[in-house]
Design a protein around this ligand. Structure first.
Ligand code: HEM
Length: 441
């Protein structure tokens, strides 16, 4: 019988944890799964909308083992609004990797949550993102695409690298190798969000990757002190540390959370979004029209709609902390036993015809309420502004290339390592002068 890791397996793994010095060196390749079972799972998760439509209709709440998948829009929203009964389960591992301090996404509402959230929002104010992050994202995307040739890997060369540039230029982190930094962050995210059965390899990678990231954070704190930096997010956290309002584990926790919330999530969201745009003529047309008109609001709406078709996950994880009833008063009313791991399937909810008009149409004029891409309830994503701008500028630079299309064959298909996009190669026409440069080289 299936038994998901919250929380017995998490506790057992934490107890039998080997010291860091005995763990194999970091190698993201260990996240790769090639067996038949993983290919079947991969096929299902590539576009599970048809299966979710069947469940919504015939078995809206599907339980097996200690797991419950909830598919109707009303129930998904309800669960995400009842945070005291349906807790986020990420806390024990988030606190462990930050060596003692939990992160907001791993906390339930209360004084500690509100205090840390206010520190995070004061260090990373969404209101400054447009002015500060847009120029960084635009410049690096342009530079990367200027140097690109046909056969360019849009994931490894752009969507994975740009978030790291933003971690360096905006967050204020001292980063040596962009790809390696992104891989450490991916390892962390894999443990928190895509390791329901507690695989030892996923844990080992996250522990080693987390240690490397903490070293980067500590080195960056020293550099900020030396340079007297003041107006970057990490510098603001250091100021709170100096005033005694945050501890060093708090800073580790906030920075690990913001790095793991950013880099892997945007690789996933941006990669999936690109895959949708290159697969659906209606999505491609919406992107091309927004870019031709140089209309950023239109571009954002097209991206949001593309993300609805292939969001980062089927849904977030929740844990029933006590017995709770869902869908009360309906035919699907159900008692959820304490200890059940619940997945409110936000992907399914965004295609539920009871709540979303013509859900299968690609429609960029939808009301904001139709979107659960960034979650719902108190844990609603606080990085949505950064994500919007980073993905928008990446796609603007990418589709700035003439006749951009998938490379032929396997290279042009989206491939993953674990749950995260790894490669999708694209071809495009080079302007005539580039051919000359190629020849003279
Ligand atoms: C397109 C990219 C992104 C998507 C699709 C996304 C999605 C989400 C979702 C669904 C949640 C809720 C998780 C849950 O309820 O279990 C969430 C929360 C969160 N996200 Fe994002 N995210 C993205 C980018 C970012 C970025 C760029 C950052 C940081 C720079 C970030 C930081 C966070 C944080 C800190 C939370 C927790 C908020 C809280 O607990 O109050 N995310 N995100």
């Amino acid at each position: 019988m299936i038994k998901l890791k919250y929380f017995d397996k998490v506790r057992a793994a934490q107890k039998s944890q080997r010291p860091l010095s005995e763990m194999p060196p970091f190698d993201i390749e260990r996240l790769r799964t090639n067996g038949l079972a993983s290919r079947i799972v991969g096929f299902f998760f590539n576009d599970p909308r048809w299966a979710l439509a069947l469940l919504r209709r015939f078995k809206p709440n599907l339980g097996f083992g200690n797991f419950l998948l909830v598919t109707r829009n009303a129930d998904v929203r309800d669960i995400l609004e009842r945070g005291d009964e349906f807790e986020t389960p990420y806390g024990p591992e988030m606190a462990e990797l930050a060596r003692g301090s939990n992160f907001i996404l791993g906390m339930q509402d209360g004084a500690a949550y509100r205090q840390m959230k206010s520190s995070v929002l004061s260090a990373f104010p969404p209101a400054e993102v447009e002015a500060k992050v847009r120029p960084i994202a635009a410049r690096h995307s342009r530079d990367i695409m200027m140097a690109a040739s046909p056969g360019f890997d849009a994931i490894a060369g752009l969507l994975k690298i740009l978030p790291v540039h933003i971690c360096r230029d905006y967050f204020g982190l001292e980063i040596d190798d962009e790809s390696e930094f992104a891989d450490w962050a991916i390892a962390l995210s894999a443990l928190f969000f895509s390791d329901p059965t507690a695989k030892p390899v996923t844990r080992e990678l996250a522990v080693v990757g987390g240690d490397r990231l903490i070293k980067v954070i500590d080195r960056s704190i020293d550099a900020i002190r030396e340079k007297g930096q003041k107006d970057q997010p990490l510098a603001r956290l250091v100021a709170l540390l100096d005033q005694g309002r945050l501890s060093r584990p708090d800073i580790h926790s906030i920075m690990l959370g913001m790095i793991a919330g950013f880099v892997p999530t945007n690789v996933l969201a941006g990669g999936n979004c690109l895959d949708v745009i290159l697969s659906r003529p209606d999505a491609r047309q919406a992107i091309d029209a927004a870019l031709a008109e140089n209309d950023t609001a239109k571009l954002d709406r097209a991206i949001m709609e593309a993300m609805r078709f292939k969001p980062i996950w089927v849904g977030p994880w929740r844990y029933a902390s006590r017995d709770a009833t869902i869908a009360r008063g309906t035919r699907r009313e159900r008692l959820v036993k304490a200890g059940t791991v619940v997945m409110p399937a936000t992907l399914s909810a965004m295609f539920d015809p009871d709540a979303v008009q013509n859900p299968n149409d690609f429609d960029t004029t939808r009301p904001h309420r139709d979107y659960l891409v960034f979650g719902h309830g108190i844990h609603l994503c606080i990085g949505a502004e950064i994500a919007r701008i980073q993905i928008g500028e990446s796609l603007r630079a990418l589709f700035g290339k003439e006749k951009l299309r998938r490379a032929s064959g396997r290279a042009g298909r989206l491939s993953n390592i674990g749950a995260y996009p790894e490669s999708l190669k694209v071809d495009f026409e080079q302007p005539a002068f580039c051919h000359t440069v190629d020849q003279s080289m």
